[in-house]
Design a protein around this ligand. Structure first.
Ligand SMILES: [Zn+2]
Length: 142
């Protein structure tokens, strides 16, 4: 009973936050249309940023996925063949850098109803930095 009530409160709160920055929406939120769904943002600034993000996402999602796929294949080949591990460390650094410059890992836009675009970009970049730094460390000390 209590958990249901809690969930309802959360869903309501989610609808009242800006899809871009995650702040609480004003009385009259600005709308952003993504395909057939309309999302609310808090300001014209956030509307422009959301549109910019979507345009970049469209352009750079494929290169990001290609880098991840190549890295996965190279790592797999090295693991199977017992080849030089340095190549898989280099791939890890490449994937990390790709996440930092192309932070567009999310395919479904409704994800942003729960996590703002700014939050996802930040998390993706932090993950990218961690991957790249650890890859570089492994490379240097192997
Ligand atoms: Zn906002």
């Amino acid at each position: 009973m209590a958990s249901i009530a809690k969930k309802r409160v959360k869903e309501k709160a989610d609808l009242k936050t800006c899809v871009y920055c995650g702040r609480v929406l004003p009385e009259k939120p600005v709308e952003v249309k993504v395909k057939t769904t309309t999302f609310n943002v808090c300001s014209d600034e956030c509307r422009l940023e959301t549109e910019r993000y979507l345009a970049l996402d469209k352009r750079f999602k494929l290169p990001l996925y290609i880098v991840i796929m190549v890295a996965a294949i190279v790592t797999l080949i090295i693991a199977i063949s017992g080849g030089n591990m340095n190549y898989s460390y280099i791939m890890q650094v490449a994937v990390g850098i790709a996440f930092v410059i192309w932070p567009y890992p999310v395919s479904i836009f409704t994800t942003f109803q729960n996590n703002s675009i700014q939050f996802i970009v930040k998390v993706t970049r932090v993950v990218g930095i961690i991957l790249a730094v650890f890859g570089a460390i492994l490379l240097l000390f192997s």
